[in-house]
Design a protein around this ligand. Structure first.
Ligand code: ATP
Length: 250
């Protein structure tokens, strides 16, 4: 693969807290793909993505985003990346439109571009009826959607989301999945952690399985099945085999 074909190149990424959370991880995500990162609780998914997004400094290793060294040039890397946490923070006293205007201003996006884009983004997430209400009265799911819209307002090429569908009702989840699918069709790259294996199975071009801070398997669902000799099995069964062979044998 040529360097410009990869959206993300992680090499030897390592992070230790009281114990090793990410263990010399190598990960490559191709430009334009929808990549799902799955793994058991505590496997190191969030820690990995926080380091990729420049929110936490690795103990060792490298991160390149579209060829930009994210540790050497964090500001340049952040310009092309969106990070959507599973515990989003927004400003309660602002309306969704004001919040997006504020975020767009921080990125230096021309209001002539950001205003229609904010309307489109919030509309596509079903927030049209609430554009001018303050966020303080919003439910967790509505806040999650405002945060997602805010993360996309500078038109990032790489969108990284940590558990974006947790806590969303079926309609909201569909809005979010629709928006992410549209972004990928428009050429963006999406990396998403999820515990909802059905979502990984349905939406992702490739799936990476992380356990104990290392990538233990990767590929399309068909490739994962083939690698593990389970031709008809579900992703759930494969996942359990990969991350907990004892439970799979039980
Ligand atoms: N700030 C922190 N301080 C200490 N330990 C941490 C910190 N953040 C994460 N860890 C530890 O690092 C390991 C990996 O955690 P991480 O949150 O990356 O896992 P995860 O795969 O995202 O899990 P989950 O699916 O439960 O969200 C865990 O053992 C966790 O307890």
């Amino acid at each position: 693969m040529k360097p410009q074909d990869s959206a993300l190149e992680v090499r030897g990424l390592t992070k230790r807290f009281d114990r090793l959370a990410v263990d010399a991880l190598d990960l490559t995500v191709r430009s334009g793909e929808f990549y799902a990162l799955v793994g058991p609780n505590g496997a190191g998914k969030t820690t990995t993505l926080r380091m990729v997004a420049g929110l936490s400094r690795p103990d060792a290793g490298s991160v390149a985003v579209f060829g930009i060294d994210a540790l050497e040039n964090p500001v340049a890397a952040k310009q092309v990346v969106a990070w959507v946490s599973d515990e989003p923070m927004i400003y309660d006293k602002l309306t969704p439109l004001e919040y997006l205007e504020f975020v767009a201003g921080l990125w230096g996006v021309d209001p002539a571009v950001s205003e229609p884009s904010a309307h489109r983004l919030l509309g596509s997430l079903g927030l049209e009826p609430h554009l001018t209400e303050r966020c303080e009265g919003f439910s967790k799911g509505m806040r999650q959607k405002v945060a997602l819209a805010g993360a996309l307002v500078h038109d990032p090429r790489l969108i990284i989301l940590d558990e974006p569908l947790t806590g969303l009702d079926a309609v909201s989840a569909r809005h979010v999945k629709g928006l992410l699918g549209d972004r990928v069709r428009a050429g963006c790259t999406v990396i998403m952690t999820t515990h909802i294996l059905e979502v990984a199975e349905r939406m992702a071009d490739r799936i990476g399985v992380i356990a104990a801070g290392r990538l233990v398997a990767e590929g399309t669902l068909a490739e994962l099945r083939q690698q593990n000799g389970h031709h008809d099995t579900s992703l759930e069964d494969l996942f359990i085999t990969l991350v907990n062979p004892e439970a799979a044998a039980a």
